[in-house]
Design a protein around this ligand. Structure first.
Ligand code: TEU
Length: 573
């Protein structure tokens, strides 16, 4: 059909409840805190809020370990608070989506408690249990896969003398999607329950991990010093995945006017993504890919090990994803630079030196908000928030289990090699998930106006005196003001920014990104300088008409030169 779907014109704002706003002074953000900021979000110009997990959870992985899909983690608030949040968002003409985490549950979920109670339990088969393999007369797990958070993906259970599978922490056992009863229970309990309450859709955690390779083959040995080998390629896109997603669409999303956004690690290109998002497949509306986000770290077991990234690759990835939004493919994509699993983009891809931070953050915003597909802004990104200072102690201030696991692995592998240890810590300082999880900086009062508590669950970034919403509110040249302008322009020029064709120029240039967004006789030229040097540019010959400056992040645009981190948008007269 030619009727535009509302979610194509959406700009999503992602909220991480623990760090957004604390209303009761316990040092942790909460649901009433989110409600108190709805007017701020409305004024920003976003129209869909994605709320990260607030459900009942023992919080081994910040709520991505859910013990009851219909209850609320008590420190975040009550079920009544959730109802008030939904109606508060709707009253303001915005929409709200929740996080759907059903690849795994918490080990404290009643389903898992029953499953582990005995081999005869009717729910035994709801999770993935396997007997031990005997190797040289000793008990060993069924295969050599390393879990996302370290150690084997198999956890030994003393009580019933079998192993269960967990792709993430041992406290996150994987559900057995092969069992139709499991799927039915998931659809009713975790999905339709909320859609019936008026929730407008879901961001779906690790959506491409539901279907397992049931023969569980060993992974190649990358590091002989440990039994546990990286197995990412086995985790994702298993044999029955598309069948499961079609069923979930039929039983859930297809029955409502909602959006489904699947998180798809290890799914690098356009051809792999199209089967998920092409309208005729009836699976998902769009996916979240990892190619940009994983450019600068990882390799083997050391997930936060720093790697150099290149702007050429950045551009190639962008061009590939933009193809999903071409009408003939009838699909859609997302664009993001940050989320709760990523470091701050201005520190990572631009420059957080006070001299360049504001220009850099605005330059990245220009990229994020002029592309086709649905952009996702992560809380604090609109303020130009930065990574934690390098002076902070990784062992003390970083709280994420992924970082803690990384430091254990790093120390094991580095041994007495001080150089390697230092390089490894540098990696965490660049790309740990913790950087996106520090409290939002609302004003320049103590604890940045996030909380009245003496101790907050994560330390407030030292930068809060300069970088905070209240200060930026008063400054017409702030990152926040620029986001508001861009969000308005995105809707005013939706034919170009949302629906226009993406045309990449200068693909070999290592310093700047140049593209045209085109729709019929209209076109927009976007120029982005990713360096701290002047860069010359030419208007591409395919630009139609006279270029008129629509927006720039620096005053008084020069003729043929982009200054450090300068961004410009031209449209034709
Ligand atoms: O993340 C899935 C994921 O594969 C990664 O981005 C993850 O951060 C990385 O593999 C860790 O090394 C999702 C959630 O976004 C993340 O917060 C959860 O920890 C994870 O699933 C498990 O639910």
């Amino acid at each position: 059909s030619t009727v535009p779907k509302w979610w194509k014109e959406a700009t999503i704002y992602q909220i991480y409840p623990a760090s957004f706003k604390d209303s009761n002074g316990d040092g942790l953000g909460d649901i009433p805190g989110i409600i108190s900021k709805l007017d701020y979000l409305k004024a920003l110009g976003v129209n869909v809020l994605w709320i990260c997990p607030f459900y009942k959870s023992p919080q081994y992985d910040m709520g991505y370990d859910i013990s009851d899909y219909q209850d609320v983690h008590a420190p975040y608030g009550t079920k009544a608070d959730i109802d008030a949040l939904i109606s508060g968002v709707h009253e303001r003409g915005m929409k709200v989506i929740f996080d759907l985490v059903v690849n795994h549950t918490s080990h404290e979920h009643a389903w898992f408690q029953e499953s582990r109670s005995s081999k005869q339990s009717p729910k035994r088969d709801w999770y993935i249990w396997k007997p031990a393999k005997m190797v040289d007369g000793k008990r060993a797990p069924p295969n050599n896969w390393r879990s996302n958070f370290g150690g084997s993906v198999w956890q030994w259970d003393e009580h019933t003398q079998e192993y269960y599978l967990h792709y993430f922490a041992p406290q996150q056992p994987d559900l057995n999607w092969e069992n139709p009863e499991v799927r039915k229970a998931v659809y009713a309990t975790a999905v339709n329950y909320w859609l019936d309450k008026g929730v407008n859709g879901f961001r779906i955690d690790t959506v491409n991990m539901y279907s397992k390779w049931l023969d569980f083959p060993d992974a190649d040995i990358v590091d002989p010093s440990t039994p546990w080998q990286p197995a990412d390629k086995f985790y994702s896109n298993g044999p029955r995945l598309h069948e499961f997603l079609k069923e979930m669409h039929r039983e859930c999303f297809g029955r409502y006017d909602v959006v489904s956004i699947g998180e798809c690690p290890n799914t690098p290109n356009f051809h792999d993504v199209l089967p998920f998002v092409s309208t005729k497949e009836k699976e998902l509306d769009m996916v979240i890919q990892f190619d940009l986000a994983s450019m600068d770290h990882g390799g083997g077991e050391l997930r936060l090990w720093h790697r150099d990234w290149s702007l050429r690759l950045f551009k190639a990835i962008t061009e590939d994803a933009q193809k999903l939004a071409i009408p003939e493919h009838d699909g859609w994509c997302t664009t993001y630079l940050e989320n709760h699993d990523q470091a701050r983009s201005v520190s990572r891809f631009a420059n957080d030196d006070p001299k360049y931070r504001v220009a850099g953050a605005k330059m990245l915003a220009t990229y994020l908000l002029t592309l086709s597909g649905t952009p996702i802004i992560f809380q604090g990104e609109e303020l130009g928030m930065v990574n934690m200072p390098p002076s902070w102690d990784v062992d003390k201030e970083y709280k994420d289990l992924n970082t803690i696991d990384y430091m254990v692995e790093l120390r094991r592998m580095a041994g007495s090699d001080k150089g390697m240890l230092e390089k490894g810590i540098y990696g965490a300082q660049r790309t740990a998930r913790d950087h996106g999880r520090t409290p939002i900086q609302w004003d320049d009062s103590s604890q940045a106006g996030f909380s009245t508590a003496k101790d907050t669950w994560m330390r407030v970034n030292d930068s809060y005196k300069e970088i905070n919403a209240a200060t930026e509110e008063k400054d017409a040249n702030s990152v926040l003001a620029f986001y508001r302008q861009l969000l308005t322009l995105r809707q005013e020029y939706k034919e170009l920014f949302i629906y226009g064709m993406f045309e990449l120029h200068e693909s070999e240039d290592d310093n700047t990104i140049t593209y045209i967004k085109r729709n019929g006789d209209q076109n927009a030229l976007v120029l982005l300088n990713f360096t701290n040097q002047d860069q010359s540019f030419v208007i591409p010959s395919t630009f139609k008409g006279q270029p008129e400056l629509l927006l720039s992040n620096l005053p008084k645009a020069g003729k043929h030169v982009l200054r450090p981190y300068e961004a410009r948008i031209y449209v034709n007269k």
